[in-house]
Design a protein around this ligand. Structure first.
Ligand code: PEP
Length: 257
């Protein structure tokens, strides 16, 4: 099995303006450097609002800080008359390593379909950005279809957008666990992440499946992160609420210590 460097990704959602983002990122970097965090051992990425990205880039640029960053969404289009949308070209120009695609809040509040998610995955790959493809079932889906069916179906369509040979990250985020304080158990996360990896093997091949990082997301905290990362198919976490709490997020990143 290829080594998969764990990735801890902080999704800030609609929190922190550009000035607050500068203060937060500086303090986060100092806190982690103070603890001698090895960023090649556990990768750290933050996902601020679009209006913060230039500020974060300026702080991080030229490897001044070892943090990665990216957008919380992007347009399926590259340019043109799409009022309010953000092109992958713009994210790439700001050195975004990653972009979150298909977060359940985008699906729920903005009607994003699996097909649109696939188109956005293709857009990210056109611009050399690694998509973090979010999938996950609602409580109702879980009751009706069991644990893996809905996330696997969502990912199957999303993978249609993948450009052959390009990296993806997948985030399994059960909707019922997001922001609820009720995380999945690590066994539940493992079961679905294993099914998602099997699908990646089927569609993209064994090498891609072995190389792809699959994150768990949904009420991840400092006190449950280590359990998730012990599972063989969980390669990191997408963290919402706790990513805005400096010490808590730093402790999540430092899950090995
Ligand atoms: C998320 O929104 O991606 C998320 C996992 O949120 P939380 O950690 O707050 O549950």
């Amino acid at each position: 099995v290829a080594a998969r460097t764990p990735l801890i990704a902080g999704n800030w959602k609609m929190n922190l303006d550009h000035l607050q983002s500068i203060a937060f990122v500086q303090k986060l970097a100092w806190t982690l450097e103070d603890k001698k965090h090895d960023f090649s051992d556990v990768e750290v990425a933050v996902f601020p609002p679009f209006t913060d990205l230039r500020s974060v880039q300026t702080l991080v640029a030229g490897d001044k800080l070892p943090l990665k960053f990216g957008g919380q969404d992007l347009s399926a289009h590259d340019a043109g008359a799409y009022t309010g949308e953000i092109s992958g070209a713009f994210l790439a120009a700001l050195d975004s390593a990653y972009v979150i695609i298909g977060h359940s809040e985008r699906r729920q509040y903005h009607g994003e379909t699996d097909e649109l998610v696939a188109a956005k995955v293709a857009a990210a790959h056109r611009h050399g950005i690694v998509p973090i493809i979010c999938v996950g079932e609602t409580a109702e889906d879980l009751e009706q279809h069991g644990p893996s069916a809905v996330p696997v179906a969502q990912l199957r369509t999303a993978l249609e957008g993948v450009v052959a040979g390009k990296e993806i990250v997948v985030a399994y985020e059960p909707v019922w666990a997001i922001g609820s304080g009720q995380a999945a158990t690590s066994a539940q996360a493992q079961q679905v992440c294993e099914a998602l990896r099997a699908l990646i093997a089927e569609v993209l091949g064994d090498d891609a499946a072995a190389a792809t990082r699959i994150l768990y997301g949904g009420s991840v905290k400092a006190n449950n992160i280590a359990g998730f990362l012990k599972e063989p198919d969980v390669d990191g976490a997408l963290v919402g609420g706790a990513s805005l709490q400096l010490e808590e997020f730093a402790s999540i990143v430092r899950f090995k210590s």
